[in-house]
Ligand binder design. Structure first.
Ligand SMILES: [Zn+2]
Length: 59
């Protein structure tokens, strides 16, 4: 089961377990980094912009 916290920051659904994040816009922008989504947790939080990336549950 995937838990999505109701927080002030954006939550982005992705497929797979590795994502890149560059902040997405000019205000929150930061150098592009790679994030690994922990397979047990199904989500990772970007340390720069605090966006939460959630792996979509496979059907
Ligand atoms: Zn980010």
């Amino acid at each position: 089961m995937i838990e999505i916290n109701n927080c002030a920051f954006e939550t982005i659904e992705v497929t797979g377990y590795s994502v890149t994040c560059d902040g997405g816009d000019e205000l929150m922008g930061h150098p592009r980094i790679f994030l690994e989504i922990a397979k047990e947790k199904h989500k990772v939080i970007c340390p720069y912009c605090s966006k939460t990336y959630v792996t979509k549950k496979r059907v």
